[in-house]
Design a protein around this ligand. Sequence first.
Ligand SMILES: Nc1ncnc2c1ncn2[C@@H]1O[C@H](COP(=O)(O)OP(=O)(O)OP(=O)(O)O)[C@@H](O)[C@H]1O
Length: 302
Amino acid sequence: MSKEPAALEARGLVMRYGRHRDPVLRDCSFRLPAGRICALVGPNGAGKSTLLALAAGMLRPTQGTLRVLGTGSAESRPRIGYVAQTRPLYPRLTVAAMLRLGAELNPGRWDQEAAERVAYGADLDPKARIRTLSGGQRTRVALALALGKRAELLLLDEPMTDLDPVARHQLMGTLLAVTVEHGTSVVMSSHVLAELEDACDYLLLLGSGQIRLAGESEDVLTAHARLTGTSPDFAPHTVVESGATGRGHTALVRPQGPVDAASWVVEQPSMEELILAHLRNPGAPALFTRSASPASSQEAVA
Ligand SMILES: Nc1ncnc2c1ncn2[C@@H]1O[C@H](COP(=O)(O)OP(=O)(O)OP(=O)(O)O)[C@@H](O)[C@H]1O
Protein backbone atom coordinates (compact mmCIF):
# COMPACT_ATOMS: atom_id res chain seq x y z
CA MET A 1 0.00 0.00 0.00
CA SER A 2 1.52 3.38 -0.98
CA LYS A 3 1.73 5.90 1.85
CA GLU A 4 1.40 9.68 1.65
CA PRO A 5 4.73 11.58 1.55
CA ALA A 6 6.61 11.86 4.82
CA ALA A 7 7.98 15.03 6.41
CA LEU A 8 10.21 12.83 8.60
CA GLU A 9 10.98 9.13 8.43
CA ALA A 10 13.33 7.57 10.97
CA ARG A 11 14.59 4.01 10.77
CA GLY A 12 16.71 2.50 13.50
CA LEU A 13 17.86 5.98 14.53
CA VAL A 14 20.53 5.98 17.22
CA MET A 15 22.26 9.09 18.57
CA ARG A 16 25.00 9.14 21.16
CA TYR A 17 27.09 12.19 21.98
CA GLY A 18 30.29 10.28 22.79
CA ARG A 19 31.50 6.76 22.23
CA HIS A 20 31.32 5.95 25.93
CA ARG A 21 28.06 7.71 26.69
CA ASP A 22 24.62 6.13 26.75
CA PRO A 23 22.65 6.78 23.58
CA VAL A 24 20.17 9.65 23.75
CA LEU A 25 18.03 8.10 21.00
CA ARG A 26 17.86 4.31 20.84
CA ASP A 27 16.63 2.54 17.75
CA CYS A 28 13.88 5.06 16.94
CA SER A 29 11.68 4.29 13.96
CA PHE A 30 8.66 6.38 13.05
CA ARG A 31 7.01 8.33 10.24
CA LEU A 32 5.52 11.79 10.32
CA PRO A 33 3.30 12.30 7.26
CA ALA A 34 3.66 15.68 5.50
CA GLY A 35 1.25 18.53 6.26
CA ARG A 36 0.77 17.77 9.96
CA ILE A 37 1.34 20.03 12.95
CA CYS A 38 3.13 17.69 15.29
CA ALA A 39 3.66 18.10 19.02
CA LEU A 40 6.99 16.67 20.20
CA VAL A 41 6.76 15.98 23.91
CA GLY A 42 8.81 14.18 26.53
CA PRO A 43 10.53 14.76 29.86
CA ASN A 44 13.65 16.92 30.25
CA GLY A 45 16.62 15.25 28.58
CA ALA A 46 14.42 12.87 26.54
CA GLY A 47 16.14 13.87 23.30
CA LYS A 48 13.61 16.29 21.73
CA SER A 49 16.20 18.96 20.86
CA THR A 50 18.54 16.22 19.63
CA LEU A 51 15.88 14.83 17.29
CA LEU A 52 15.08 18.32 15.94
CA ALA A 53 18.80 19.08 15.42
CA LEU A 54 19.22 15.76 13.57
CA ALA A 55 16.24 16.62 11.35
CA ALA A 56 17.71 20.08 10.71
CA GLY A 57 20.99 18.51 9.61
CA MET A 58 22.91 20.07 12.50
CA LEU A 59 23.90 16.65 13.87
CA ARG A 60 24.64 13.32 12.23
CA PRO A 61 23.05 10.15 13.60
CA THR A 62 25.35 7.56 15.13
CA GLN A 63 23.36 4.83 13.38
CA GLY A 64 20.24 4.52 11.29
CA THR A 65 18.64 7.04 8.98
CA LEU A 66 16.43 10.09 9.27
CA ARG A 67 14.94 11.12 5.95
CA VAL A 68 13.58 14.65 5.81
CA LEU A 69 11.04 15.69 3.15
CA GLY A 70 11.95 12.54 1.26
CA THR A 71 15.72 13.19 1.14
CA GLY A 72 18.75 13.29 3.42
CA SER A 73 18.70 16.09 5.99
CA ALA A 74 21.63 17.95 4.34
CA GLU A 75 19.86 18.11 0.95
CA SER A 76 16.59 19.22 2.52
CA ARG A 77 18.17 22.09 4.50
CA PRO A 78 17.00 24.88 2.11
CA ARG A 79 13.41 23.64 2.53
CA ILE A 80 13.53 23.64 6.34
CA GLY A 81 12.98 26.39 8.89
CA TYR A 82 14.70 25.54 12.18
CA VAL A 83 14.29 27.51 15.38
CA ALA A 84 16.83 26.11 17.83
CA GLN A 85 16.30 26.39 21.59
CA THR A 86 19.26 28.81 21.83
CA ARG A 87 17.81 31.11 19.08
CA PRO A 88 21.17 31.67 17.35
CA LEU A 89 21.15 35.12 15.63
CA TYR A 90 23.83 37.69 14.80
CA PRO A 91 23.98 39.92 17.91
CA ARG A 92 25.44 42.96 16.14
CA LEU A 93 22.85 43.14 13.38
CA THR A 94 19.65 45.15 13.66
CA VAL A 95 16.34 43.32 13.34
CA ALA A 96 15.80 44.80 9.87
CA ALA A 97 19.30 43.72 8.77
CA MET A 98 18.66 40.23 10.12
CA LEU A 99 15.51 40.00 7.97
CA ARG A 100 17.43 41.37 4.96
CA LEU A 101 19.98 38.60 5.50
CA GLY A 102 17.10 36.09 5.58
CA ALA A 103 15.94 37.47 2.21
CA GLU A 104 19.45 37.26 0.71
CA LEU A 105 19.97 33.69 1.91
CA ASN A 106 16.62 32.54 0.53
CA PRO A 107 16.30 34.04 -2.95
CA GLY A 108 13.09 33.17 -4.74
CA ARG A 109 11.25 31.93 -1.64
CA TRP A 110 11.49 34.75 0.91
CA ASP A 111 8.20 36.24 2.17
CA GLN A 112 9.03 39.65 3.62
CA GLU A 113 5.42 40.36 4.56
CA ALA A 114 5.13 37.17 6.68
CA ALA A 115 8.53 37.81 8.29
CA GLU A 116 7.62 41.40 9.20
CA ARG A 117 4.22 40.36 10.52
CA VAL A 118 5.94 38.05 13.02
CA ALA A 119 8.96 40.22 13.83
CA TYR A 120 7.22 43.56 14.25
CA GLY A 121 3.91 42.34 15.71
CA ALA A 122 4.69 43.78 19.15
CA ASP A 123 6.15 47.18 18.22
CA LEU A 124 9.67 45.81 17.92
CA ASP A 125 11.95 48.53 16.55
CA PRO A 126 13.47 47.43 13.19
CA LYS A 127 16.59 49.44 14.11
CA ALA A 128 17.12 47.63 17.45
CA ARG A 129 20.29 45.50 17.60
CA ILE A 130 19.73 41.79 18.24
CA ARG A 131 22.00 41.88 21.32
CA THR A 132 19.70 44.43 22.99
CA LEU A 133 16.55 42.30 22.60
CA SER A 134 14.76 40.40 25.36
CA GLY A 135 14.45 36.60 25.15
CA GLY A 136 10.90 36.85 23.81
CA GLN A 137 11.88 39.46 21.22
CA ARG A 138 14.74 37.24 19.99
CA THR A 139 12.25 34.39 19.68
CA ARG A 140 10.05 36.62 17.49
CA VAL A 141 12.96 37.35 15.17
CA ALA A 142 13.96 33.66 15.02
CA LEU A 143 10.36 32.67 14.18
CA ALA A 144 10.17 35.49 11.61
CA LEU A 145 13.24 34.10 9.83
CA ALA A 146 11.80 30.58 9.81
CA LEU A 147 8.37 31.70 8.54
CA GLY A 148 9.82 34.19 6.04
CA LYS A 149 11.76 31.35 4.46
CA ARG A 150 8.51 29.74 3.31
CA ALA A 151 9.88 26.46 4.59
CA GLU A 152 8.10 23.21 3.77
CA LEU A 153 8.97 21.90 7.23
CA LEU A 154 9.28 23.98 10.39
CA LEU A 155 11.30 22.47 13.24
CA LEU A 156 10.52 24.58 16.30
CA ASP A 157 12.28 23.87 19.60
CA GLU A 158 10.11 25.20 22.42
CA PRO A 159 9.05 28.14 20.26
CA MET A 160 6.68 29.73 22.75
CA THR A 161 8.64 29.38 26.04
CA ASP A 162 9.74 32.97 26.56
CA LEU A 163 6.78 34.73 24.95
CA ASP A 164 4.16 36.56 26.99
CA PRO A 165 0.62 35.10 26.83
CA VAL A 166 -0.65 37.66 24.30
CA ALA A 167 2.37 37.14 22.03
CA ARG A 168 1.94 33.36 22.34
CA HIS A 169 -1.66 33.55 21.29
CA GLN A 170 -0.93 35.90 18.43
CA LEU A 171 2.12 34.02 17.14
CA MET A 172 0.45 30.63 17.41
CA GLY A 173 -2.45 32.07 15.33
CA THR A 174 -0.01 33.40 12.71
CA LEU A 175 1.88 30.11 12.65
CA LEU A 176 -1.30 28.08 12.16
CA ALA A 177 -2.61 30.45 9.45
CA VAL A 178 0.66 30.25 7.49
CA THR A 179 0.92 26.49 7.83
CA VAL A 180 -2.69 25.88 6.80
CA GLU A 181 -2.36 28.26 3.83
CA HIS A 182 0.80 26.59 2.51
CA GLY A 183 0.39 23.01 3.77
CA THR A 184 3.60 23.38 5.80
CA SER A 185 4.63 20.51 8.08
CA VAL A 186 5.52 21.54 11.63
CA VAL A 187 7.25 19.74 14.48
CA MET A 188 7.03 21.75 17.69
CA SER A 189 8.50 20.70 21.03
CA SER A 190 6.97 22.07 24.19
CA HIS A 191 6.25 21.28 27.82
CA VAL A 192 3.03 23.33 27.78
CA LEU A 193 0.59 20.57 27.00
CA ALA A 194 -2.54 22.74 26.84
CA GLU A 195 -0.89 24.87 24.14
CA LEU A 196 -0.09 21.80 22.05
CA GLU A 197 -3.55 20.30 22.46
CA ASP A 198 -5.11 23.32 20.75
CA ALA A 199 -2.59 23.64 17.93
CA CYS A 200 -1.38 20.17 17.00
CA ASP A 201 -3.02 17.34 15.08
CA TYR A 202 -0.15 14.85 15.43
CA LEU A 203 1.78 13.58 18.43
CA LEU A 204 5.27 12.21 19.01
CA LEU A 205 6.09 11.32 22.60
CA LEU A 206 9.73 10.55 23.37
CA GLY A 207 10.80 8.79 26.53
CA SER A 208 13.88 6.84 27.57
CA GLY A 209 15.39 7.44 24.14
CA GLN A 210 12.48 5.87 22.28
CA ILE A 211 9.21 6.89 20.68
CA ARG A 212 6.41 5.91 23.08
CA LEU A 213 3.40 7.34 21.22
CA ALA A 214 3.17 8.37 17.58
CA GLY A 215 0.21 9.23 15.42
CA GLU A 216 -2.74 11.48 14.75
CA SER A 217 -3.80 13.06 18.03
CA GLU A 218 -7.39 12.00 17.45
CA ASP A 219 -6.46 8.35 16.81
CA VAL A 220 -4.05 8.22 19.75
CA LEU A 221 -6.77 9.66 21.98
CA THR A 222 -9.51 7.30 20.83
CA ALA A 223 -7.16 4.35 21.35
CA HIS A 224 -7.41 5.13 25.09
CA ALA A 225 -10.21 5.31 27.63
CA ARG A 226 -10.56 6.16 31.30
CA LEU A 227 -12.41 3.40 33.17
CA THR A 228 -13.80 3.85 36.66
CA GLY A 229 -15.43 1.06 38.66
CA THR A 230 -15.43 -0.89 41.88
CA SER A 231 -12.87 -3.54 40.89
CA PRO A 232 -9.11 -2.98 40.58
CA ASP A 233 -9.00 -5.60 37.80
CA PHE A 234 -9.14 -3.94 34.38
CA ALA A 235 -8.41 -7.09 32.32
CA PRO A 236 -8.38 -7.66 29.41
CA HIS A 237 -7.46 -4.06 28.73
CA THR A 238 -3.87 -2.75 28.71
CA VAL A 239 -3.40 -0.49 31.73
CA VAL A 240 -1.24 2.61 31.24
CA GLU A 241 -1.90 3.97 34.73
CA SER A 242 -4.25 2.97 37.52
CA GLY A 243 -5.13 4.15 41.01
CA ALA A 244 -7.77 4.28 43.71
CA THR A 245 -10.20 7.19 43.88
CA GLY A 246 -13.12 8.20 46.06
CA ARG A 247 -15.35 6.51 43.46
CA GLY A 248 -13.46 3.18 43.59
CA HIS A 249 -10.75 2.31 41.09
CA THR A 250 -9.81 4.14 37.96
CA ALA A 251 -7.42 3.44 35.13
CA LEU A 252 -6.29 4.92 31.88
CA VAL A 253 -6.33 1.95 29.54
CA ARG A 254 -5.82 0.96 25.97
CA PRO A 255 -8.95 -1.11 25.35
CA GLN A 256 -8.36 -4.60 23.95
CA GLY A 257 -11.77 -5.31 22.43
CA PRO A 258 -15.15 -3.90 23.52
CA VAL A 259 -15.35 -2.17 26.91
CA ASP A 260 -18.05 -3.49 29.24
CA ALA A 261 -20.04 -0.34 30.01
CA ALA A 262 -21.98 -2.22 32.73
CA SER A 263 -18.79 -2.70 34.79
CA TRP A 264 -17.14 0.68 34.32
CA VAL A 265 -17.89 4.33 33.75
CA VAL A 266 -16.12 4.96 30.45
CA GLU A 267 -14.72 8.42 29.68
CA GLN A 268 -12.50 9.88 26.99
CA PRO A 269 -9.31 11.28 28.54
CA SER A 270 -8.04 14.70 27.48
CA MET A 271 -4.77 14.86 25.55
CA GLU A 272 -3.07 16.43 28.58
CA GLU A 273 -4.28 13.60 30.84
CA LEU A 274 -3.11 11.01 28.34
CA ILE A 275 0.37 12.51 27.91
CA LEU A 276 0.84 12.93 31.66
CA ALA A 277 -0.13 9.29 32.25
CA HIS A 278 2.44 8.14 29.69
CA LEU A 279 5.14 10.45 31.08
CA ARG A 280 4.52 9.04 34.58
CA ASN A 281 4.54 5.46 33.29
CA PRO A 282 7.42 5.07 30.85
CA GLY A 283 7.00 1.29 30.91
CA ALA A 284 3.58 1.44 29.19
CA PRO A 285 3.67 -0.28 25.78
CA ALA A 286 4.41 1.95 22.79
CA LEU A 287 1.63 2.86 20.39
CA PHE A 288 2.06 3.83 16.75
CA THR A 289 -0.94 4.60 14.55
CA ARG A 290 -0.72 3.18 11.06
CA SER A 291 0.45 6.43 9.47
CA ALA A 292 3.28 6.72 12.02
CA SER A 293 4.56 3.20 11.78
CA PRO A 294 7.32 2.20 9.38
CA ALA A 295 7.85 -1.01 11.37
CA SER A 296 5.48 -3.80 12.21
CA SER A 297 6.83 -4.62 15.66
CA GLN A 298 4.78 -2.05 17.59
CA GLU A 299 1.11 -2.15 18.41
CA ALA A 300 -0.65 -0.21 15.62
CA VAL A 301 -4.17 1.23 15.56
CA ALA A 302 -6.38 3.02 13.04
N1 LIG B 1 26.07 18.67 22.75
C1 LIG B 1 25.85 17.73 23.65
N2 LIG B 1 26.87 17.01 24.15
C2 LIG B 1 26.66 16.01 25.04
N3 LIG B 1 25.45 15.67 25.50
C3 LIG B 1 24.40 16.36 25.05
C4 LIG B 1 24.55 17.41 24.10
N4 LIG B 1 23.31 17.91 23.82
C5 LIG B 1 22.44 17.19 24.58
N5 LIG B 1 23.09 16.26 25.30
C6 LIG B 1 22.46 15.29 26.23
O1 LIG B 1 21.48 14.58 25.49
C7 LIG B 1 20.33 14.34 26.30
C8 LIG B 1 19.11 14.84 25.58
O2 LIG B 1 19.18 16.24 25.50
P1 LIG B 1 18.12 17.08 24.68
O3 LIG B 1 18.49 18.52 24.82
O4 LIG B 1 18.00 16.54 23.30
O5 LIG B 1 16.77 16.75 25.50
P2 LIG B 1 15.37 17.52 25.51
O6 LIG B 1 14.32 16.45 25.46
O7 LIG B 1 15.32 18.54 24.43
O8 LIG B 1 15.39 18.18 26.94
P3 LIG B 1 14.66 19.50 27.52
O9 LIG B 1 13.19 19.20 27.61
O10 LIG B 1 15.27 19.64 28.86
O11 LIG B 1 14.97 20.65 26.58
C9 LIG B 1 20.60 15.00 27.64
O12 LIG B 1 21.02 14.01 28.54
C10 LIG B 1 21.72 15.97 27.35
O13 LIG B 1 22.56 16.11 28.47
